[in-house]
Design a protein around this ligand. Structure first.
Ligand code: TRP
Length: 462
């Protein structure tokens, strides 16, 4: 297959940012921040982003640009001639390739929830959400019936599949260039509005002021999982994007932009939702936050001002777009892996991926109703009180991604060598201010950090 390069630096930034910004920023980040103590989670996330996330993002892009391959091929190529060690490290490519296959099904389930809320905003008077209990019931009742969530899930998968089958990614990317800035403007507008909600001050304090007493291993584990998810690292996506870059492109500058953009969107999404949660339900509501947070809180925000109906509908449509572009690139990645590794035709690869998504996705949907009490992995302590969606999310973000990241790190510092990697990254004409930080992170911080996360996730560290 012919590989197309990005025609410009801005092309790369937009593509990488488009895949980075999605439900991770708008749905996942706010609920985790609310649940894990607000300010302290935010601070942990920022620190990890600047050190750990930066190092991995840069390494992955660099590996991609060096080899010009997607993850499995890139690992294989770099590990050649390294004997048995090389063979072991090369399996890391596979871990990187499996993660998006686990994420896509439940990503589409959430995409289905977003689709449903577009309809809710168009068909239900938003003032209904002013009544106590209604916002939660509206979400919980929806989840506990098996049919509706399955239908909306199927609709979302169909949209994604259609885009991939027609090969019109370029078309929606053009859309995205307009819609993404619109989404950000709308979020900023809602943030400003939320500042003036009664009680919002307590919410801002909760979000912005770290409370050290709430810090635990779990804060780091979840912040790191979120970092992987949000930056789309440890799953080969950035290796693939890096492989499209040209020699003369400034890797450091590109990575800086993606990192900055992604973090700003997450931060704003938190600023929009968390003060509102505290304003409407107090701090206890924040501590009990779960994956339904944005679906329960945002309708309340929209119900509290005139014109909220339209704003709400536009909001969910824009989120739907952000989700769809990410889902498309996840599906593309999986299709690409099957085509290259199993030598399937494009059509067959698409069908295989869709069947997998439908099966795992439907099981995830039923996890909230028909299968509520029959969690297949309930015998494992870590999964006891988790729904199927949470379980998939945990396995991919807190277990497989750290493992994948360890492989990437080993590949970078042992197999290829930091010297070669840094020479590749260092821009020809330009400065690389964080080179020392990068080296330090790769050698000293990344592996111990990942090991702690893994041990904790598997329950070995108590
Ligand atoms: N980063 C995306 C988000 O924040 C989610 C995501 C994870 C993703 N892996 C991906 C998107 C791979 C595209 C490709 O929502």
């Amino acid at each position: 297959m012919k590989k197309e390069g990005f025609s410009s630096r801005i092309g790369f930034i937009l593509a990488a940012a488009g895949s980075a910004v999605g439900l991770g920023n708008i749905w996942r980040f706010p609920y985790l921040t609310a649940k894990y103590g607000g300010g302290i989670f935010l601070l942990t996330y920022f620190v990890l982003m600047l050190t750990f996330g930066y190092a991995l993002l840069l390494s992955e892009n660099c590996i991609g640009r060096m080899t010009g391959r997607s993850p499995i091929g890139a690992f294989r190529k770099l590990c050649r001639n390294n004997g048995i060690t090389g063979k072991i490290v090369a399996t890391g490519g596979w871990i990187n390739a499996i993660v998006p296959m686990i994420i896509l099904p439940y990503y589409c389930v959430i995409g289905g929830w977003v689709t449903r809320y577009v309809f809710v905003m168009l068909s239900t008077p938003v003032s209904d959400f002013n009544a106590p209990g209604v916002p939660t019931d509206c979400f919980v009742d929806f989840l506990s019936s098996p049919v509706q969530p399955a239908v909306f899930f199927a609709v979302f998968v169909a949209i994604t599949a259609l885009v991939v089958c027609l090969g019109v990614e370029k078309g929606i990317e053009r859309f995205n260039k307009v819609l993404m800035p619109m989404l950000i403007l709308l979020i900023i507008g809602i943030c400003i509005y939320c500042m003036f909600l009664p009680n919002a001050k307590a919410g801002f304090t909760y979000y912005l002021k770290p409370d050290w007493s709430k810090f635990s291993y779990m804060t780091v584990v979840e912040a790191m999982g979120q970092l992987f998810f949000s930056l789309s690292i440890a799953m080969g996506i950035m290796i693939t994007y890096g492989s499209y870059m040209r020699r003369q492109d400034n890797l450091v500058a590109c990575v800086n932009h993606v990192e900055l953009f992604d973090t700003v969107v997450s931060f704003l999404a938190g600023l929009m939702i968390i003060p509102a949660v505290v304003a409407f339900g107090g701090e206890s509501a924040a501590n009990n936050a779960g994956p339904g947070l944005i679906f329960i809180v945002m309708p309340q925000v929209f119900a509290s001002f005139s014109g909220g109906q339209i704003a709400g509908a536009i909001f969910f449509v824009l989120v739907l777009f952000a989700a769809a572009t990410s889902a498309v690139s996840l599906l593309e990645t999986n299709v690409h892996t099957l085509m290259q590794e199993l030598r399937l035709s494009r059509e067959k690869a698409i069908i295989c991926c869709l069947v997998e998504v439908m099966i795992i996705g439907i099981v995830t949907v039923f996890g909230y109703n028909l299968l509520k009490n029959v969690h297949p992995l309930a015998f494992i302590e870590q999964f006891k009180n988790k729904d199927i969606l949470d379980t998939l999310d945990f396995i991919s973000n807190s277990v497989l991604m750290p493992v994948g990241a360890i492989f990437t790190t080993v590949l970078t510092i042992w197999i290829v060598g930091l010297k070669k990697i840094c020479a590749e990254i260092r821009p020809e004409n330009g400065k690389w201010y964080r080179e020392l930080l990068y080296r330090f992170c790769m050698v000293v911080i990344v592996i111990p950090c990942l090991l702690i996360v893994l041990l904790n996730a598997t329950g070995l560290l108590k």
